[in-house]
Design a protein around this ligand. Structure first.
Ligand code: URA
Length: 262
């Protein structure tokens, strides 16, 4: 197919994932020779041929590097390395860093958020942007901070492009990592922040408002749900509800039996 295209049509084709092959002009010849292609037994390309853009081979391979059973046996460092090399879904193609988690690996408190945003992707640490500042202040109000007695992780370990919502298959691929983090940590309380953390841990499609005010369970650990800090930044009036949720989490945490020293 030989085409004579204007710039608008070219832009449209590019948007659809097609590109136009245009050989460089070759002095003194109507059709440029393509010795390398022809020697390789490939058909010659002519100007204006529309070809699909082939993804690079690296981008095509999205498959778990380790099995779920393997993840279930990992200790902290192996788990962190497995996350860093994970290629189970498309999010690996756009990440700058994986965001494994931060904090005390013997913490009583575990905070579970949704997914890294731009700042988290850059720094490799959860909740370091504006929402993170609010989370730090909420923890401070309880006498906690992100490096002591608290461990913070997300449902997804890689940033969804443009901070879009996580896709169900991305959540499913990442779930064994979060599950193993909970198993290793054995926290006394999990605070699930926002819809995706809540749905992922509790498997419930109920709105947050219906799940607040009581303790749920994930792998035998009590879970208290609350609003995501990014939501609270946009809805300041809900902060008092989040404070009530934190107080409930503290109460539930304190009611847990004292675990033997780890
Ligand atoms: N929002 C989250 O849920 N997690 C982060 O790490 C940052 C923002």
């Amino acid at each position: 197919m030989s085409l004579d295209l204007g710039s608008r049509q070219r832009a449209m084709l590019a948007e659809m994932g097609l590109r136009i092959f245009e050989p460089l002009p070759h002095p003194g010849m109507d059709t440029p020779p393509e010795p390398a292609r022809q020697a390789a037994g490939k058909p010659a390309l002519s100007a204006g041929v529309v070809q699909p853009i082939q993804p690079a081979p690296r981008e095509m391979a999205h498959e778990p590097v380790v099995s779920r059973a393997g993840i279930d046996l990992m200790e902290w460092d192996a788990l962190e390395k497995a996350v860093a090399s994970c290629r189970a879904c498309q999010l690996c193609d756009g990440r700058r860093n994986t965001v494994f988690g931060v904090g005390d690996r013997h913490a009583d408190w575990m905070i579970v958020g949704e997914a890294p945003g731009e700042n988290e992707d850059l720094q490799g640490e959860p909740f370091v942007g504006q929402a993170g500042k609010l989370l730090d202040n909420m923890l401070k109000a309880l006498g906690l901070d992100r490096h002591h007695k608290v461990y913070i992780a997300n449902v997804l370990k890689c940033r969804p492009p443009g901070n879009r919502n996580p896709e169900p298959q991305e959540v499913a691929q990442c779930e064994p990592f979060l599950r193993r983090q909970v198993e290793l940590l054995q926290p006394k309380i999990i605070l699930a922040m926002g819809r995706f953390a809540i749905q992922s841990l509790l498997g419930s499609p109920e709105p947050i408002g219906k799940l607040r005010g009581r303790a749920h369970q994930y792998m035998g650990v009590p879970v208290v749900v609350t609003y995501h800090p990014a939501y609270l930044l946009r809805n300041l009036a809900e902060k008092s509800k989040a404070w009530a949720d934190l107080c409930l989490a503290l109460e539930v945490m304190r009611a847990q039996p004292v675990a033997p020293a780890r």
